[in-house]
Structures are given as structure tokens and as C-alpha cells.
Ligand binder design. Structure first.
Ligand code: SF4
Length: 369
């Protein structure tokens, strides 16, 4: 059983982070923030995928000004990512950013930091202190060396010294991240950090890679940390459409039985018994279930000999035969269909399940997880 580490609660728009509140799945847009239409379109896609917090890069004043129009058109909290320029941090908050990610130590001195903190207090905006292996102060690198799994101290000290700068201004609405592109450094760094602060932690492996490498690295690092009760928000960084980050994020939470969203798809790897083109069937079913919200288990199995039995716990599934396919429910045969009709009939069954779920959810008001 996972015992969640207790952290201070902070509020980002309508999402409470920390304490016993659900671990939030976050992503970041890869559009030009100044292009409001493209950015809003991507955020809407992310909202549909379940994204709960969205970060956008604020690289100049025009991007800071665009936040107002973006925020008006989206429903999830908007976080501004800012480096170095305290004026952009202030402008972002004045234009509706509901949290900002900065490193207080690189804003150019105490006066500039004071202006940022004053704006954060005025607009009730929390600050994420976000340290990356590549952005650690030179003196800390000299003192501790580049972060490694054995010695991630430079990351930790950098984060905590930045936190102290904020605390020095009486500011405590803080979230911390210490990102490394190395899986083991991420694990050891966050474990140590968790023992030394009560602020909520945002987890992530930075520059994790493409879909396969990035998913594996992030899932190993974040999976171990979440299993140990560490982490209040997280992002799976992928060199891909950010919607994939959110999908992977929820699969990770599902695999740890922390949270569930939408259907779970199980499919067999196929073997010598398979007599249908299961890969393309599985692909179509996977595409379809991504549009669903019903928390059902869906199986796609290659054969009628073992398939239904192997996927007994599935609410609904298909199993390929020779020229026919069967649709089964909880391991029991429900319908036999000609192979050419199998996908169409199965997707229609899924549509019925989804419609029934939505009907139920609208009655009891639980449209979400
Ligand atoms: S379900 Fe059938 S086809 Fe798929 S791996 Fe198992 S035995 Fe092979």
C-alpha cells in the first residue's frame, strides 16, 4: 500500500496541490505562447485528455500579455514558465498566470525578487522553484560536483537555497522540482529532498526522450517515487505531442492504483494461434478508448482458445478466431461476429457502454474520476 508523504497544501487556480489531494497530471504546451489560437487549441486537446495543470513558456512581453486571452478560453490552471526576467514574471501574474515557475536566484538580485514576491502575494499565485541539473549555480557545482545518483546534493541545495530566498520574503506558497535527465539521479535526488522539506514536490525527468525512451525513463523514476509516496504533481516529458504525456501520466497512476481515468485496455502480444490481424484491431480499439471516459476494462485478445479466459476480468473484450471473432463479457461469450464485422460491432458496443456511463455520471454528478 502506498503511504503518501504529507506536504503543505498550495492552491493553483481551482486545483489544490499537496496534502491528501489527488496527484495532478501536468503538461506543457509546445506552441508559441504568443499564438493564442494555437496554444488554446493545444490546451483544449490536453484538457480532453485529462491534463489538470498546464504550463506555457513566457519568453517575452507579448507572451505574458497573451496569457490573459489564453486563460479566458481554458478551464485548467495556467502556469507561466519564466527564466531570468523578473518583469516577465510580474507581467505574467498581472495577466492571469495562476502559478509561475522561476528560479528566484537567477532573477538578478533581492530587489527584483521582492517585486516578484509582492506580485505573487497580491495575485495569490504560488511559485514553483524549478531546478534542473543544467541550471545549477556554479559555486554549488564546485562544492558538490555535478549531480549523480550517489550525490545529487547540488540539485537539492540549489532548490533549498532558492526556497530560502522566497521564505526570506515571507512567502511560503511554494512547490519544488529538481529535474535531471538521469533516472537514478532523479530518484535519489527527490528521495533526499522529500526528507528535507515539507513543500509539495513536482516530479519529472527532464529531456527524457521520445515516446518509448521517455515513457520508460519517466515511468521508472516517477513510478518508484510515487510508490514511495513522494510527489504531488508530475509531468512525463516526451519529445512528442503533449497529449501523449498526459496519457502516459494517467497510465502510470493507474498502474500504481493511485488514480484511474477512462478505460483500461489490455491486449495480448499475439502468438502462433492468432488468425486475425490483431495489431490493426488493437490500434483502432486503442484510438477509440482514448475518446472514452467510462472506467471499464477492455480486452483485445488474439484467439478464442485462451483469450477470454486470459482476460476474464475484462468488462468487455474481443477474441479473434478463424474467420470469426467473438465478443465476450467477463470471460463469457456474448456475441459471435464475422471477422469483417468484428471491429464495427465491437466499437458500437463500446459506444453503448460510454453512453450508459455518461448517463449515470450526469445523474450522480461524477463525470470525472
Ligand atoms: S490470447 Fe491467444 S493469441 Fe493471444 S497470446 Fe494468448 S494464446 Fe496467443
Amino acid at each position: 500500500m502506498i503511504i503518501r508523504r504529507q506536504t503543505r497544501e498550495i492552491r493553483i487556480g481551482n486545483v489544490i496541490v499537496g496534502g491528501m489531494h489527488p496527484i495532478s497530471v501536468q503538461s506543457m504546451t509546445n506552441t508559441d505562447t504568443r499564438d493564442v489560437e494555437a496554444t488554446v487549441r493545444q490546451i483544449h486537446d490536453l484538457e480532453r485528455a485529462g491534463c489538470e495543470l498546464i504550463r506555457v513558456a513566457v519568453i517575452d512581453e507579448a507572451a505574458a500579455l497573451a496569457l490573459r486571452s489564453i486563460r479566458d478560453k481554458i478551464t485548467i490552471p495556467l502556469i507561466a514558465d519564466i527564466h531570468f526576467d523578473h518583469r516577465l514574471a510580474v507581467a505574467a501574474m498581472e495577466n492571469g498566470a495562476q502559478a509561475i515557475r522561476i528560479n528566484p536566484g537567477n532573477l538578478g538580485g533581492p530587489e527584483k525578487l521582492a517585486r516578484v514576491v509582492a506580485a505573487a502575494k497580491q495575485h495569490q499565485v504560488p511559485i514553483r522553484v524549478g531546478v534542473n541539473s543544467g541550471s545549477i549555480e556554479k559555486d554549488l557545482l564546485k562544492k558538490h560536483g555535478y549531480p549523480t545518483p550517489e550525490n545529487p546534493e547540488a540539485l537539492i541545495e540549489s532548490a533549498l537555497s532558492n526556497v530560502r530566498l522566497l521564505e526570506g520574503h515571507g512567502f511560503h506558497e511554494i512547490k519544488i522540482s529538481i529535474k535531471s535527465s538521469d533516472t537514478l539521479t532523479t530518484i535519489s535526488g527527490y528521495k533526499r529532498l522529500a526528507g528535507r522539506t515539507g513543500y509539495p514536490l513536482h516530479l519529472g525527468v527532464t529531456e527524457a526522450g521520445g515516446l518509448i525512451a521517455g515513457t520508460v525513463k519517466s515511468s521508472v523514476a516517477l513510478g518508484i517515487l510515487l510508490y514511495e509516496g513522494i510527489g504531488d504533481t508530475f509531468r512525463i516529458s516526451l519529445t512528442r505531442d503533449p497529449v501523449e504525456e498526459v496519457r502516459v501520466g494517467f497510465e502510470l497512476l493507474r498502474s500504481l492504483k493511485i488514480r484511474e481515468r477512462g478505460p483500461e485496455l489490455i491486449s495480448c502480444p499475439t502468438c502462433g494461434r492468432t488468425r486475425i490481424d490483431l495489431f490493426s484491431v488493437a490500434e483502432e480499439v486503442e484510438r477509440y478508448v482514448q475518446t472514452m471516459t467510462a472506467p471499464v476494462k477492455v480486452a483485445v485478445m488474439g484467439c478464442v482458445v485462451n483469450g477470454p479466459g486470459e482476460a476474464k476480468e475484462a468488462d468487455i473484450g474481443i477474441a479473434g478466431g478463424n474467420g470469426v471473432g467473438i465478443i465476450f463479457k467477463k470471460g463469457v461469450l456474448y456475441k459471435k461476429v464475422a471477422e469483417e464485422e468484428l471491429l464495427r460491432v465491437f466499437l458500437a458496443e463500446l459506444a453503448v457502454i460510454e453512453a450508459e456511463w455518461k448517463e449515470k455520471a450526469s445523474v450522480n454528478g461524477t463525470g470525472r474520476i
